[in-house]
Design a protein around this ligand. Structure first.
Ligand SMILES: *Cc1c(COP(=O)(O)O)cnc(C)c1O
Length: 475
């Protein structure tokens, strides 16, 4: 399987060659040259497989440059009941992504049972094992530099902790994350993990990452890499649970299912799009945003208008607070019939901070073929949805999942099961749970008292030179 750039001007590469890099050299994102199709016979065979075996079947279609036995061992080690053990009481951790039925035809697919209690573990844990494998084989090392406001950074650290040849330098805004999130990240004892709290906002952290990465000499000398949401391997790993959720919510492969996906950078739902292109019988892909509704606006109007940072609000579903959606280019590449010149033209506008408008183009007319519908949710909607789900079903959901459920209910059709992706556990967003329910969220027993563990974090000013010096002294 070869990978192409959405901007059509980069050489095709194999999976392992795009694994460690970020953008393609032409500024585009990598995608498979064609989506592998899944036959009816394969769907029948896959229906009863345990998660790790299903993951291998899906991933071996995309990863053809790792020997089958090695890939099997990587996947088997990634998707274990031990790693995904933080599930609700009464659920079987061996399911990895258990399905909870709220009422007939309405389900939650639990994707947040990994070590950081958010769905990013589903992909990041595989990425950690893939990185270690490829670096070992090539005799190379990598120093991952990132900025986080919460979920991504902790998922990356838990995926990379203790891995050979990998160090992680993670910037976070000092004092801006929840106490639980700080405890999760800063209490990691592993010698290859470095937490840097910057006396500034998240955007300043991101600017430092950009400044360091734009210094080509420093980047090369210190082998700086990233694990951001445009990484294709993350999208590939996420395809698997759409299959798993489909099988759990149906009895035969003649049925259709819709998925509701709380969305930010379009990574999660992009995996759903790929699963649908592979032939999984998905009826609707329901994209849910919070008040930062740049994607909802596109799917309703055909206008993609990335927001200025000042226009982006801080909400109670903070992992969806985006000004533009970094994976969206992948979907648009398919929408414009994979014409890299068209994507170049559209993103020349986006990269200048401007918008594009597909109204009146033949591409917008194709949108229904892809099954996308969308909606948005507000803080008041989240509170109401969390409350209703608790009162009606006795199930506590987090704020992001509430956005997905709210919009999923609006887009539900008779006779078509709606599977809402649960992207985080409520304990990560305790303040809003208290506001909605007047009680403390549940937390996995093992995570009782993590706020009291010793923490390792370097507090620094927003100064790229100081961050470079910190990294240089440790690589
Ligand atoms: C990252 C994240 C999202 C958004 O996912 P995308 O792939 O960026 O669309 C939603 N919910 C939670 C809890 C997240 O951490």
């Amino acid at each position: 399987m070869q990978y192409l750039s959405t901007r059509g001007q980069a050489p095709a590469l194999e999976f392992c060659d795009i694994l460690l890099g970020g953008l393609a050299p032409d500024g585009g994102l990598y995608l498979p040259e064609a989506y592998p199709r899944v036959s009816h016979a394969e769907l029948d065979e896959w229906r009863t497989l345990p998660y790790h075996a299903l993951a291998l079947r899906v991933l071996e279609k995309f990863i053809t440059d790792i020997p089958a036995c090695d890939l099997k061992s990587l996947v088997d080690r990634t998707y274990t009941a031990q790693t995904y053990r933080y599930c609700r009481p009464g659920r079987d951790a061996a399911d990895i992504t258990p399905l909870t039925t709220l009422e007939p035809g309405l389900h939650l697919l639990e994707l947040s049972n990994g070590p950081t209690l958010a769905f990013k573990d589903m992909a990041m844990q595989l990425l950690g094992n893939l990185f270690e494998y490829v670096l070992d084989k090539r005799g190379e090392t990598i120093n991952i530099l990132g900025a986080t406001s919460g979920d991504t950074g902790s998922a990356a650290e838990y995926a990379m902790r203790g891995k050979h040849n990998v160090k992680v330098f993670m910037l976070s805004p000092h004092g801006k994350m929840s106490e639980f999130q700080r405890a999760q990240m800063y209490s990691l004892p592993d010698a290859n993990i470095f937490n840097i709290a910057i006396r500034a906002m998240f955007d300043d952290c991101q600017d430092i990452v950009k400044a360091v990465s734009n210094d080509a000499a420093f980047k090369a000398q210190h082998r700086i890499g990233a694990v951001n949401s445009i990484n294709w391997a993350r999208v590939a790993a996420q395809i698997v649970y759409y299959f798993k959720g489909y099988f759990e919510a149906t009895r035969s492969n003649d049925e259709e299912v819709s998925f509701a996906v709380p969305s930010g950078n379009f990574g999660n739902i992009c995996a759903g799009h790929v699963a649908r292109m592979m032939g999984l019988p998905i009826r609707r892909l329901v994209l849910a945003t919070n008040e930062n509704d740049v994607l909802d606006e596109f799917f309703r109007t055909g206008v993609y208008r990335p927001r200025a940072t000042a226009e982006t609000s801080v909400t109670s579903s903070p992992s969806m607070d985006i000004s533009k959606a970094s994976n969206f280019e992948r979907f648009v590449f398919d929408l414009v019939r994979r014409d890299g010149a068209v994507v170049r033209d559209l993103w020349s506008k986006v990269d200048r901070g401007s918008s594009f408008d597909l109204r009146g183009t033949p591409w917008l007319a194709r949108l229904p073929e892809f099954g996308f519908v969308s909606g948005r949710s507000t803080h008041a909607d989240r509170l109401a949805t969390i409350r209703a789900t608790w009162e009606k079903h006795g199930v506590m959901i987090d704020t992001h999942t509430a956005d997905g459920l709210k919009v999923g209910l609006e887009q539900r059709e008779p006779g078509v099961p709606m599977v809402v992706l649960e992207t985080a556990q409520p304990v990560k967003f305790a303040e809003t749970i208290r506001e909605a329910l007047g009680r403390e969220p549940m937390r996995p027993g093992e995570m009782e008292g993590i706020e009291a563990l010793p923490q390792r974090v370097e507090v620094m000013d927003a100064d790229a030179a100081a961050v470079k010096a910190f990294i240089a002294a440790r690589t």
